[in-house]
Design a protein around this ligand. Structure first.
Ligand SMILES: Cc1ncc(COP(=O)(O)O)c(C=O)c1O
Length: 374
């Protein structure tokens, strides 16, 4: 059987990795400033992470959600403490799209309404409702297009109110920072007004922190830079450093009912062990602070680079808008300097490194990009 061919692939096969270093099958080392798409939060092959998962799988890897699982409770408690949403409730699933799918469903159950407001250029995943709330018709099938979603421009609060005033919306869904679009941040004042409008019209505010959360921007969630609270927060990528897991963090004002949500694999023992190890390591190694410090350092050093027309983002979620005359820079970083970065469209390079990145690695990248663009 051949694979269903949906990915254009580089001819590189990583077989080993440690920290921010990846080793490919041919022995070539690569510096990881991409984190496998913002997934590697604590660095590759962290010994405490390996130990925690190995111990767990040697005891019990999986049992169903029909029985007690104290690892889920431990994860929820630790996550509540570190993210500041201690009185919220956690539903565990397996991916980012699934987290958003469940969040939209909860909002719809809670309000009894079906319409969703999302933002232009948004990306929320590939499943039914999540891809419908993604502003990219090319990845939506006719089946997905059946959902009732309205897109308005990011940071246009009047456009939001013009829609919400109609009274038929269950939710607004917004990324903490738009990632796939090329790193675009909602403004602080916009988020504050959005929060107020959701309260005014009884609409559930969903913050998709799947890419921007888990400490990446220097706060646990990116929307916390605006000092607002969401009604539902979705998380995934960095949550278990590559072990599949997603989380839906739900306000206590939304009541759970048996049967409302459910999953076979979500919250399994192994995933919880991996996610607990990640939170313990984020805390003991001050990785949120490191994201801020190294992020600020990268911004300072990249400012003024002649290939970059605009620098966007926060902490270790950085978008570099590359001038057309430097097109191909991402591939040159990969093939000439052996540095993995992310892309967005034709002209944006995204930096989404593990949160444990050091100043030395940042310097190595700055030297490489300066050399390629001098
Ligand atoms: C903001 C955001 N939401 C949702 C998703 C979907 O996550 P997953 O690929 O785990 O389904 C992504 C993935 O890139 C994302 O960046």
């Amino acid at each position: 059987m051949d694979l269903f061919n949906v990915y254009p692939l580089w001819d590189i096969e990583p077989i080993e990795a440690k920290g921010c270093d990846i080793i490919a099958k041919d022995g070539q080392h690569y510096t990881d400033l991409y984190g496998g798409h913002a997934v590697i939060s604590i660095g590759h092959s962290h010994p405490k992470y390996i130990e925690k998962i190995s111990n767990q799988v040697s005891k019990l890897g999986f049992y169903s959600n029909a029985v007690q699982n104290s690892l889920q409770k431990e994860l929820a408690k630790k996550l509540g403490e570190v993210c500041g949403y201690e009185d919220y409730h956690l539903f565990l699933c397996n991916s980012g799209a699934e987290a958003n799918e469940n969040a939209l469903k909860v909002a719809s159950f809670h309000t009894g309404k079906a319409k969703v407001l999302a933002f232009q250029k948004a990306f929320h995943g590939r499943t039914s409702g999540a891809v419908a709330a993604t502003d990219n018709p090319k990845i939506q099938s006719p089946f997905n297009k059946g959902h009732n979603i309205v897109f308005v421009p990011l940071n246009d609060i009047q456009a939001v109110e013009n829609e919400l005033i109609k009274g038929d919306f269950c939710a607004v869904i917004i990324e903490g920072i738009q990632g796939v679009a090329g790193i675009y941040s909602p403004e602080v004042e916009f988020l504050k007004s959005l929060r107020a409008l959701c309260d005014k019209y009884g609409v559930v505010l969903i913050l998709d922190e799947i890419q921007s959360g888990y400490g990446r921007t220097g706060k646990f969630f990116a929307h916390q830079h605006a000092d607002i609270q969401a009604d539902i927060i979705t998380t995934a990528k960095g949550m278990a450093n590559g072990f599949p897991i997603g989380g839906v963090i739900i306000s206590p004002k939304i009541k759970a009912e048996f049967g409302m949500l459910g999953t076979t694999f979500g919250g399994n023992h192994l995933a919880c062990a991996a996610a607990i190890a990640v939170l313990d390591i984020i805390k003991s190694e001050n990785l949120i602070e490191n994201a801020k410090v190294i992020g600020d350092y990268l911004f300072e050093k990249l400012e003024g680079n002649r290939a970059i027309s605009e620098l966007r983002g926060k902490g270790l979620m950085i978008g570099m808008e590359i001038k057309p005359e430097f097109e191909g820079l991402r591939n040159r970083l990969l093939f000439e300097k052996h540095i993995f970065t992310g892309g967005a469209g034709k002209n944006v390079i995204r930096l989404l490194p593990p949160l444990c990145i050091t100043k030395e690695i940042a310097d190595q990248f700055i030297e490489a990009i300066n050399e390629l663009t001098k």
